[in-house]
Design a protein around this ligand. Structure first.
Ligand code: FE
Length: 255
């Protein structure tokens, strides 16, 4: 499996604090069948000072440590980029990184909103040849109350990524239900760990595989695994037309 969203760099953001912790995370990932990680530290995030970070160098350094430790895990550089007005320019100038040098850009919205300029920004990104990948839409309040907004992004060519821990209930029942609803309705296309540690915010790959196989079937799991591989290889990700989720009279998402 390829993990396209993971905070693996030590002492950079809210990921591991030490190299030892990063190594433990890498071991855990490998033990759950992850063969490659696109390392995605936060970028342009109001809470983390990562402007001066050279992600490529830091990833290369950590890769050396993993090789030395005998851990078979390929690392690639990326970023989880907090949405901001000059994102296209930042990518063009090399101040922001796409996922593993591909056309795919992992974009994070604030957890309680989706800025009004996002549609215009995504249009600009796509005009330059990039494909936005919306990080964990199931954890965003705006998408939870107004899934049409996510549907419009996806209909316009964006992809979205569900977090493994959301599927296992780590963020509560509502997030779990929404995660499966987005997958079922073709509003989300990728699964990634967004792991930060070997503690609560860890990989949950095994559990997520079980949950998806049970809820959506083994074929779906294979599709998501294949989609992540396509992202890493900068290949096209084929998706089904999205369907707008609706709630039943009890207020639960219809299956
Ligand atoms: Fe993240």
């Amino acid at each position: 499996m390829i993990d396209i969203h993971c905070h693996l760099l030590p002492a950079v953001d809210d990921g591991p604090e030490t190299v030892e912790q990063a190594v433990e995370m890498a071991k855990r990932a490998a033990s759950e069948g992850v063969t490659a990680i696109v390392v995605t530290p936060h970028a342009f995030h109001p809470q983390f000072e990562t402007d001066e970070l050279n992600v490529q160098n830091a990833v290369a350094k950590l890769q050396d440590v993993l090789r030395h430790e005998g851990i078979t895990l390929d690392l690639y550089a990326g970023q989880e980029i907090r949405v901001f007005g000059e994102l296209v320019e930042a990518l063009e100038q090399g101040q922001a990184l796409s996922l593993a040098g591909s056309r795919y850009v992992l974009v994070e919205f604030p957890s309680d909103s989706v800025p009004a300029y996002a549609e215009q920004l995504f249009f600009g990104l796509q005009t330059e040849g990039y494909t936005p990948v919306i990080a964990h839409p199931e954890r965003n309040k705006e998408f939870a109350t107004n899934p049409k907004r996510l549907m419009d992004f996806v209909s316009s060519g964006a992809l979205s990524q569900i977090t493994t821990g959301s599927l296992t209930g780590e963020f509560g029942q509502n997030v779990q239900d929404l995660a499966f609803t987005f997958l079922r309705n073709g509003l989300s296309h990728l699964i990634a760990s967004d792991a930060h540690s070997t503690g609560r915010r860890t990989f949950y790959w095994d559990d997520a595989k079980d949950a998806i196989t049970k809820e959506l079937g083994a074929d779906k799991w294979d599709t998501y695994v294949g989609n992540a591989e396509a992202v890493m290889k900068d290949e096209f990700v084929f998706i089904d037309p999205p369907i707008l989720p609706i709630k039943n009279w009890r207020g639960k998402w219809k299956k």
